[in-house]
Design a protein around this ligand. Structure first.
Ligand code: NAP
Ligand code: GDD
Length: 334
């Protein structure tokens, strides 16, 4: 019997980490995930994959650690010797990065170097995926692709630019298979509850149930290119299977405003969003990214990757899931 391919995922408890773990397990990988110690339970998104690792066929193994801890990253890479490392951990909220810029620089920026250094000293043949982002393009006008100059507009975006370049540098300096996925916004029923799409779909479900009557929001004019998260984690995997290490944009190429997403979500249950949405300046950012619209033609050509779920359908998937949750559906179903 051949040995299972082994992967390490940081950020396994997050939206993308949970889909990545699920997809790798389905492909027969032995999956190792990094989790942070927390006083409250933070494994809701992977519990259905992991609830008892002693059961036959359970191949997801969790390890305590924090990506800001260089010694722990070195120890884990050295003990596990994975074939592939997916670095998905980050303080990923743009608005929060203005409140915690220094913390974000460490967790979202410098921590990438901790993993790259671990790989460099343990085994440079380990393949490394870095979760880069369209936020790096920031104020550069759309459509944005792999050649678009970076112009980050937040401490989060600036930290991710560092991670992008240090990943490229290690690829060039040490001949490592280290790549950046420059991913545009991607959402799902597992999306964190304070990101705009999920905030909207939870509110819709609550309003239908009579548990909420107002939705307080910030800038409704921003344009985003929203795709469906499981398709994007598949794209990450494809990047690490390529013959040569390269950076790729993943996006749908569609452009909708927050207003449009509100309309898709509310109209799905027969409501008019304008009757519920109110403005609160606390949700504005000191500097905003006005327009992100990706051009993923390189990924289509070289990886055969293409987004198929577009925002109108995505909104329906997310509203239906939040309604089902309120109706008592188990979390593992999503
Ligand atoms: P997410 O749901 O916020 O998940 C972030 C993950 O990182 C969580 O598992 C979190 O653990 C973990 N984490 C945070 N700080 C950590 C630390 N210091 N040490 C160890 N783990 C830590 O984010 P996501 O939407 O899945 O995104 C995954 C990655 O892609 C992130 O790097 C994000 O910046 C990037 N990205 C996301 C998008 C998008 O649209 N979703 C687009 C482009 C790039 P806890 O559960 O304990 O908090
Ligand atoms: N979160 C939030 N809450 N955003 C709001 C709100 C609100 O109440 N009202 C308006 N917005 C606007 C924000 O100002 C922003 O223009 C847009 O909605 C999207 O905000 P988020 O959903 O928080 O996502 P983001 O685009 O800032 O960042 C996400 O996508 C990046 C990729 O482009 C995150 O997932 C990042 O980690 C990721 O890199």
């Amino acid at each position: 019997m051949t040995e299972a391919r082994r992967a390490l995922i940081t950020g396994v408890t997050g939206q993308d980490g949970s889909y990545m773990a699920q997809q790798l397990l389905d492909k027969g990988y032995e999956v190792h995930g990094l989790v942070r110690r927390s006083s409250t339970f933070n494994r809701g998104r992977i519990d259905h994959l992991h609830h008892d690792e002693h059961l036959p066929g359970k191949n997801l193994h969790l390890h305590y650690g924090d990506v800001t801890d260089a010694a722990r990253m070195h120890q884990l890479v050295s003990e596990l010797r994975p074939l592939e490392v997916y670095n998905l951990a980050a303080q990923s909220h743009v608005r929060v990065s203005f409140d915690e810029p220094l913390y974000t620089a460490g967790a979202t920026g410098i921590s990438t170097l901790n993993l790259l250094e671990a790989i460099r000293s343990v085994d440079t043949s380990i393949r490394f995926y870095q979760a880069s982002t369209s936020e790096m393009f920031g104020a550069s006008p759309p459509p944005q692709n792999e050649d678009t100059p970076f112009y980050p507009r937040s401490p989060y975006g600036a930290a991710k630019v560092y991670s992008y370049w240090i990943t490229r540098n290690y690829r060039e300096a040490y001949d490592m298979f280290a790549v950046n996925g420059q991913l545009f916004n991607h959402e799902s029923p597992r999306r964190g509850e304070t990101f705009v799409t999920r905030k909207i779909t939870i509110a819709v479900a609550n309003i239908v149930q009579g548990e909420q009557s107002e939705l307080w929001m910030g800038n409704l004019d921003a344009v985003r290119d929203w795709g469906y998260a499981p398709e994007y984690t598949d794209g990450m995997w494809r990047m690490l299977q390529a013959d040569v290490p390269e950076d790729f944009v993943l996006a749908t190429g569609t452009a909708y405003t927050i207003r449009d997403f509100l309309a898709f979500a509310f109209e799905h249950v027969g409501l008019d969003w304008q009757e519920y949405v109110k403005f609160d300046a606390k949700f504005l950012r000191p500097t905003e990214v006005d327009e992100l619209i990706g051009d993923a033609s390189k990924a289509k050509q070289r990886l055969g990757w293409e987004a198929t779920v577009l925002p109108p359908e995505l909104a329906k998937i997310m509203v239906d899931a939040d309604m089902a949750r309120l109706g008592g559906a188990p979390e593992g179903q999503f």
